[in-house]
Design a protein around this ligand. Structure first.
Ligand code: NDP
Ligand code: 2IT
Length: 444
């Protein structure tokens, strides 16, 4: 049996109850076959793949907090410190009822490769809780965040592990988490990113994931003889990534026509209005039905269905496994030319394969959404320097990083005779730097 197959079988057996983690590992290891085969004996002897697929540390903890009725609630807290070969652990915190160890491990594993692709010195980590911020008062969210940090602070620090936002964690939650860390540790340091601008945040971090997604999409299309100008774009999600992807799509001459949340989706024939979307989702924290009330031509559909929209480019920006084989078939049949992932692992393995074999350009999230964490690393640099850069400076660095990421994937795929396979390109380019660093640091 090849070394890759041996490790895949081991990972599946050892993590049998963790489907998302097995899915992420399968995607990566399958596309590393050619790289591994070149050095199979050394890698096997050093158990490189076993080490790469086993988190350095998983921290699981109880998060008790008191709700507005005086009732004590208990949630599960997680921080998976996956790989610190190239820098301190770095990755977001997710607050969503679907969070479990499998989800956090898959995200931490992906983050390791993504962070490597940014070219910046950050290792991979992820955390979160099954706490649902929806429908909670500000006080309840604060109580949860303070309790979560009261345990988490023991394991993090500006040079150790630097969490940030993800689903359900935005400026409000980062503020409460930062306040509690500072209170307990009496240290004012860049221990979290995505901070508010008045206490060490970076300009353009809020926009970075969505903007970066579009910078990469623009370069991908340009290098394939196309352009975003005049294209119709279907976007899923209505949160941080989706909102600023929609904003940048407009700025680059495209027309974004959809967005979605966990209840339903919107088609706006005039294009999604960013100000209305921000008012509904960020200011009022309301459902997308409110968007349609403000935009008479827009149509609201209950449930799933965003990928049935005729579009040139599809940008899944909500959550994992939201674009399945049926969706891929519909997109291809409707003439979609590119699927670029804003979310982490939004496309299932069979849907990815279908798109790749039916002439649809496909770029995975670990490359396409890396602008968020890259800008987080820029926030860390600014905090260390005790300086802050202008919006345009950060945005220009972000754009350069995204264009470089695309060319790294493209070059890596070509080097191994898989031109246009950006999944393989991303995994190979991300893997090489981490593997080099792990080899250099001995058996740890
Ligand atoms: P937000 O919480 O801001 O928004 C998430 C959006 O996705 C919301 O519209 C939410 O709907 C929807 N959503 C979440 N879970 C589900 C679900 N299970 N089913 C259907 N819809 C769902 O999160 P972000 O925009 O920050 O994150 C979106 C994706 O991008 C995630 O995969 C995240 O890991 C990834 N990502 C985020 C980065 C960042 O910087 N924030 C960086 C890189 C990747 P509702 O409003 O109903 O909750
Ligand atoms: O998935 C991701 O890359 C993020 N949620 C952002 C992580 C970060 O540290 O900014």
């Amino acid at each position: 049996m090849s070394y890759v197959d041996e490790v895949l079988a081991q990972v599946a057996a050892k993590n049998a109850h963790e489907p998302e983690f097995i899915q992420a590992v399968t995607e990566v290891l399958e596309s590393l076959r050619m790289v591994i085969e070149k050095n199979e004996d050394t890698y096997r002897r050093n158990a490189l793949l076993e080490r790469l697929t086993t988190p350095e540390r998983c921290i699981l903890f109880r998060v008790p907090w008191v709700d507005d009725k005086g009732q004590v609630q208990v949630n599960n807290g997680y921080r998976v410190q996956f790989n610190s070969a190239i820098g301190p652990y770095k990755g977001g915190l997710r607050l969503h009822p679907s969070v479990n160890l499998s989800v956090i491990k898959f995200l931490g594993f992906e983050q390791t490769f993504k962070n490597s692709l940014t070219g910046l010195p950050i290792g991979g980590g992820k955390g979160g809780s099954d706490f649902d911020p929806k429908g909670k008062s500000d006080r309840e969210v604060m109580a949860f965040c303070q309790s979560f940090m009261t345990e988490l602070y023991k394991y993090i620090g500006a040079d150790t592990d630097v969490p940030a936002g993800d689903i359900g964690v935005g400026a409000r939650e980062i503020g409460y988490l930062f306040g509690q860390y500072k209170r307990i540790r009496s240290v004012y340091e860049g221990v979290l990113t995505g901070k508010g601008l008045s206490y060490g945040g970076s300009l353009a971090r809020t926009q970075a994931t969505g903007y970066g997604l579009l910078y990469l999409t623009d370069e991908l299309l340009r290098c394939n003889g196309r352009s975003l100008k005049g294209m119709t774009v279907a976007v899923s999600g209505a949160g941080n990534v989706a909102t600023y992807a929609i904003e940048k799509a407009w700025q680059l001459g495209a027309k974004p026509v959809t967005c979605s949340d966990s209840s339903g989706w919107v088609y706006d024939p005039d294009g999604i209005d960013v100000a209305t979307l921000i008012d509904v989702k960020q200011v009022r924290r309301a459902r997308l039905t409110e968007y349609v009330s403000a935009r008479p031509n827009a149509v609201y559909h209950q449930g799933k269905g965003v990928w049935s929209t005729k579009c040139d480019v599809a940008l899944p920006c909500a959550t994992q496994n939201e674009l399945v084989l049926d969706d891929a078939e519909m997109l291809a049949a409707n003439g979609c030319i590119a699927v670029v992932e804003g979310a982490n692992m939004p496309t299932t393995l069979d849907a990815t394969k279908f798109l790749q074999t039916h002439g649809v350009l496909f770029c995975p999230g670990k490359a396409a959404n890396a602008g968020g964490v890259a800008t987080s690393a820029l926030e860390m640099s600014q905090n260390s320097q005790r300086l802050s850069w202008t919006f345009d400076e950060v945005d220009a660095k972000l754009k350069t990083i995204m264009v470089n990421i695309f060319h790294n994937l493209d070059d890596a795929a070509r080097e191994y005779g898989m031109e246009g396979n950006y999944v393989a390109g991303a995994n190979i380019a991300g893997f090489k730097k981490v593997a080099d660093a792990m080899n250099a640091q001995g058996i740890v």
